[in-house]
Every structure is written in C-alpha cells, then in structure tokens.
Design a protein around this ligand. Structure first.
Ligand code: SF4
Length: 199
C-alpha cells in the first residue's frame, strides 16, 4: 500500500459532486492557475500522511455517503495512491469524482501508468485549469474551459446535482470545532478549502 500526503478530509459534503460525498484534498499542485483559491495547497510539503488502505477503510466506514471526491492540490500528482483508494472504495459500491487542473487531452496523451490507473478508478472527471477570464455558472465547473467527462455510466445525468447552484458554499463544523468551508464562493472561483483550526 502507498501513502498519500493530504491537506484535508471531510466526511460528508453536498457541493463536491453528486449526492453526499466524502472529500479528500491532496497537498501539492504544480499548475499555479491565476486566481486559484487553494494556493496554500500548492507546495509539495508534508502535511497529513495516511496509507491508502487506511483511507479507503475510513471512507467506506462512513454512513450515508455514495462516494468520494478527490480534489486539491492536484490529484494527478498523487495518482497512484488515489487510484488505489478509488479502486478499493468502488469495490464497496461507492463512486469516485476527481477534479484536476490538467486538460483531459493531456491526461490521455501522456499515457502515464499512474494517470491511467486514476482515470480507470474515476467515474466522473472535472478537468482543465482554472481560468478566471472564463467564468461559468455550472455547479462543478469553475471556468467555462473545464470539461466534465464521464468515465463510467454510474454518474451520468447527475453532474448538475452538486449543491443547489453555482455560488453555494458549505460550512462544516467537526466535533473538534474545526470549521471547513468548501464550494464555489462566487461564480469565478475554484473549489475552496479553508480550515481554521488545522487539518
Ligand atoms: S486551481 Fe487547482 S489546478 Fe489550478 S493551481 Fe489551484 S489547485 Fe492547482
């Protein structure tokens, strides 16, 4: 089993893909999109480490979720580890949504084994860099250049179900009092992870 370096974990969200979903934000992104809302997730610095099997167990033990969403940071920079998590949770009947700043064409053209593995473990992919000059009102696309790609049939027709509309922000308070905000603060920004009390 591989280890994953992640910035944050949320047990249940309704604004990061269809239905109620766990969310994991990985640490590290090389893409540096202008206007990125998650710049504290750019450095490839050690944050929280977890073995992929342990993370899959944590996700599948959660009540009342239908899947997990991988966000960041850049999930394809830890593609091998996330592919392992994705395959393990799908064996238990959960679905996988992955956000990435890489364009879909690049993910396919490079033919990297780890990237192909994560694509294989993903049901719904939201792909492409954030472009603040191309605002978009779709609940899952932060800018109009981003593509929604169904890599299985499981979430087809459900890409509009996330949140009530673009602009929805969800606040979660953990039992330890940590507040997490996630969603699209306005129609121009990417998914936002904010943790006021540590991850
Ligand atoms: S918007 Fe996403 S892909 Fe772009 S720099 Fe921020 S975390 Fe990376």
């Amino acid at each position: 089993m591989t280890e994953l370096n992640y910035a944050g974990f949320l047990a249940c969200s309704t604004v990061n893909g269809p239905g109620r979903r766990a969310v994991i934000w990985v640490q590290g992104c090389p893409l540096r999109c202008s206007g990125c809302f998650n710049q504290d997730l750019w450095p490839f610095a050690p944050r929280n480490r977890i073995r992929t099997g342990d993370l899959a167990d944590r996700i599948t033990a959660l009540p009342d979720i239908e899947g997990v969403t991988f966000s960041g940071g850049e999930p394809f920079c830890q593609a091998a580890a996330l592919a392992e998590v994705g395959e393990l949770v799908r064996e238990k009947g959960l679905t996988v949504v992955t956000f990435t700043g890489f364009p879909y064409r690049e993910l396919r053209l490079r033919q990297r084994a780890s990237w192909n593995a994560l694509l294989h473990a993903t049901d719904l992919l939201i792909t492409g860099p954030y472009r603040p000059d191309l605002p978009c009102s779709h609940p899952l696309r932060a800018s109009a250049n981003q593509e929604i790609v169904h890599l299985s049939d499981l979430l087809k027709g459900r890409e509009d179900e996330s949140g009530q509309a673009a602009g929805t922000v969800e606040y979660t308070i953990s039992p330890e009092g940590v507040i997490t905000a996630t969603g699209f603060p306005d129609h121009h920004d990417f998914l936002c992870f904010m943790n006021t009390g540590g991850c």
